[in-house]
Structure formats: structure tokens, C-alpha cells
Design a binder for this molecule. Structure first.
Ligand SMILES: *Cc1c(COP(=O)(O)O)cnc(C)c1O
Length: 394
């Protein structure tokens, strides 16, 4: 057994999150793609069965009240809230991240008022955010200006209405400075929207603490909600009365069952709702969130950094120098919970890695992405992944 393999065993034995693995359905594959689709929490199948057979099959329409279906978007929002540093009453679950980006960006532009005619968007953003921001700009008569997060402070001014940023870059795994960038946007009198898809469930976000205005994120990556599980929208409490949703559906009406012809928005987080929630996905997500009971986000972050540090160390030891280039920043304060390695034959390498039981993913044109989900990935997994990677690259 190599020195690194022995170290991995010791690190696993000392890991206080180790027992959380038992809360997931896993096999002998090393699964490093939980930043794309989280693994299945063991509690979910039974819950979904109950929701379908009893709540829907037997109680039928009564379940909107008796099974808590109607209030699920706010209730589950409050369950996600502590994971992103939000007090209750500010997060609502529903729709996809793309749709919530639209609500948040248009909402932010409307708050900023007529005088401000520019929207800044992260030039390296996950594509959907950029497409939506472009359409939001066109619809609101603003100009969209793509800038890298590092250039945001210099690009801000009295023309800036809203800024849309990704907390962690989906390709490189770079973590952006949310407190400093939020403060800079506020100093310019503008509103910030953070996309938390690659940070929620992997590291502390601190939305309330840092005064973030609006935030969105998906739940099927680090939060393990299942394929296509609904996303969430955070609107800071002090801004909720001014949040003028561009999608004011009947679910966000002050009197949804009044069936009135005029729209009067509800108060609070539920102003972010639109139409009838997708209950099956939403309640699967609610069950999946139980794995976070008693788990401090700080412990998750500490393990995440230990896992990615150890992976970098194993790669440096096993992979011949110069064979791959690491795109992920080495300083902890600039690193999310994934490692991105670049090599010219990445597509083929990932295909062979998966055949050998190590699942990461490939991002065009030349990036190997490995996501580290601290609740169910261990140090022995990391050592094995690096060893198999080295063999595949040889
Ligand atoms: C995964 C991801 C999305 C996904 O959006 P959907 O609407 O859920 O498909 C959006 N933004 C970022 C930054 C992501 O990482």
C-alpha cells in the first residue's frame, strides 16, 4: 500500500462526516460528479412512494392542505435557508434556476429605477445566465455588458442597475469574493444577484451577513434533490416589498383563491412564486434535505478543502509532470469544491476514466471536472481517483 493510500485510510477514520455516507445509495464507483447531479439520499425512494401512493393516490385534492403541498415552496425554502446563511422567510423553492435568474435580474433592474441603464453579467458565466440576462436587458430596455468578475469593481458606476455573478465558476471551480463584490455593487448604488449553483451545499455563503440583494441556485447538484429538482430564489427581507416579479402568477397573489381579476402581490418570500408547484420533485427534494440535519456548513467546507487539497497532492504524486494543467486556484479562498484539470485529450480520458469506475465529467473543449461532495466522498475515493487518472493518462 502506498504512503498516500495509508494517509487516506487515516483521514477517513478521523473524518467526522464519514457516517453521512450511509445516508446515500452508493456503489463501488468513485462518484465525483455530484456537482452536476448529486447522489440519491436513501430516504428519498420511500418518501416519493408515500407521496404518490398515499398523498396523491388516497388523499387526492385534500393533500394540498393536509399533506402540506400548498405551503411546500416556502417550507422547503426555509430548510435551504440555513445552508446559504439566510434567516427564515426569504427563500422560496420552485421553477428552474434559469427562470429564477430571469425573475431576479428583472426584479433587480426594476428596483434600481429608470436612471440606470446597464446590466453587468459575469463574462465567464454558465451560459444560461448569460442568455437570460441578455433577454432581460432587451425586455427592460437596458444594455448588457459582460465583464469578468475581477473587472466588475472598475465597471460599476451610476449607470449600473444590476450585476449578475456566479459564486463559483462552473468550469474552473474558482470561488469569487462574494462579500467584497457585493459591497462594491452596493457602493455604486446597484443591486447584485448571485447564482449559488456551485456553492450552496459545498461552502458557507452568508447571504444575510453580506447583505446580498437577490440570489438563485439549483438543488440537484450539492443539495442532492434529484434530476430537475426545483431551484430557489432568495430575496432579502428589506427588499421584498419592492420586489416586482416579472412573472406574477396566481401563486404569488395575496389572495390566490380569491380568483380576482386584478393582481395584488403577496408579501414575503412567496412573492417569488409563479404557478402550481411541481410537488413530486419538490417533496423528493424535501426528503433529500434531511441528510443535512445536524451538519454545520463549516464542517462541510473544511472537509471539501481537505478533499481537494488531497486530490491535488495525489495528482502531483501520480501524474507525470506537465501531463495536465490545473485550472482551479490553489489558494483556499479562491477555490470551490471541484478541481478542473485541462489536457488536450480530455474527452477521451474522461470516457476511459468512467469505464474504470471513476466518474467525473468533461467540459468542452479540454476540461476534466471532478466535483467533491463532502457528505459522501471520502479520502480513499480521492486517492483511487488520482491513481486511476494517472493510469489512464499514461
Ligand atoms: C447548473 C447551473 C445552472 C442550471 O440552470 P437550470 O435552469 O437548472 O438548468 C444555472 N446556472 C449555473 C451557474 C449552474 O451551475
Amino acid at each position: 500500500m502506498s504512503e498516500l493510500a495509508m494517509r487516506a485510510e487515516k483521514l477517513d477514520a478521523a473524518d467526522e462526516l464519514r457516517e453521512k455516507r450511509d445516508a446515500f445509495v452508493l456503489d463501488d464507483v468513485v462518484y465525483l460528479d455530484g456537482n452536476s447531479l448529486g447522489a440519491l439520499p436513501a430516504v428519498v425512494p420511500g418518501r416519493v412512494e408515500d407521496v404518490v401512493r398515499r398523498q396523491w393516490g388516497e388523499l387526492r385534492i385534500r393533500s394540498w392542505e393536509e399533506s402540506g403541498w400548498w405551503a411546500a415552496p416556502e417550507r422547503i425554502g426555509d430548510r435551504i435557508a440555513p445552508l446559504i446563511g439566510a434567516a427564515p422567510g426569504q427563500v422560496v423553492v420552485g421553477d428552474s434556476t434559469s427562470v429564477n435568474v430571469f425573475k431576479a435580474v428583472v426584479g433587480a433592474v426594476r428596483m434600481a429605477g429608470e436612471g440606470r441603464d446597464e446590466i453587468l453579467v459575469d463574462a465567464t458565466t454558465f451560459p444560461t445566465d448569460g442568455y437570460i440576462a441578455e433577454s432581460a436587458a432587451r425586455m427592460t430596455g437596458r444594455t448588457l455588458r459582460p465583464v469578468t468578475p475581477a473587472d466588475v469593481p472598475g465597471a460599476l458606476g451610476d449607470r449600473t442597475a444590476a450585476v449578475l455573478l456566479n459564486h463559483v465558476d462552473y468550469r474552473t471551480g474558482r470561488l469569487h469574493d462574494l462579500p467584497a463584490l457585493t459591497a462594491a455593487v452596493h457602493a455604486a448604488g446597484a443591486y447584485v444577484v448571485w447564482d449559488l449553483c456551485h456553492s450552496a451545499g459545498a461552502l458557507p455563503v452568508g447571504l444575510d451577513e453580506h447583505g446580498v440583494d437577490l440570489a438563485v441556485g439549483c438543488t440537484y447538484k450539492y443539495l442532492n434533490g434529484g434530476p430537475g429538482s426545483p431551484a430557489y430564489l432568495y430575496v432579502r427581507r428589506e427588499l421584498q416589498d419592492r420586489f416586482d416579479s416579472p412573472l406574477p402568477g396566481w401563486n404569488s397573489h395575496a389572495e390566490p383563491f380569491g380568483m380576482r381579476g386584478d393582481y395584488e402581490p403577496a408579501s414575503g418570500a412567496l412573492r417569488g412564486r409563479v404557478g402550481t408547484p411541481d410537488i413530486l420533485s419538490m417533496l423528493a427534494l424535501e426528503a433529500a434535505l434531511e441528510v443535512w440535519d445536524g451538519v454545520p456548513v463549516e464542517a462541510v467546507r473544511a472537509k471539501s478543502l481537505a478533499l481537494t487539497d488531497f486530490f491535488l497532492e495525489c495528482v502531483a504524486e501520480y501524474v507525470p509532470e506537465g501531463r495536465v494543467e490545473c485550472l482551479t486556484p490553489v489558494p483556499h479562498e479562491e477555490r470551490g469544491s471541484q478541481i478542473a484539470l485541462r489536457c488536450p485529450d480530455a474527452a477521451d480520458v474522461m470516457k476511459r476514466l468512467i469505464e474504470r469506475g471513476v466518474v467525473g465529467d468533461f467540459r468542452a473543449p479540454d476540461v476534466l471536472r471532478f466535483g467533491f461532495t463532502p457528505l459522501y466522498v471520502g479520502f480513499a475515493d480521492v486517492e483511487r481517483a488520482a491513481r486511476v487518472l494517472a493510469r489512464t493518462l499514461a
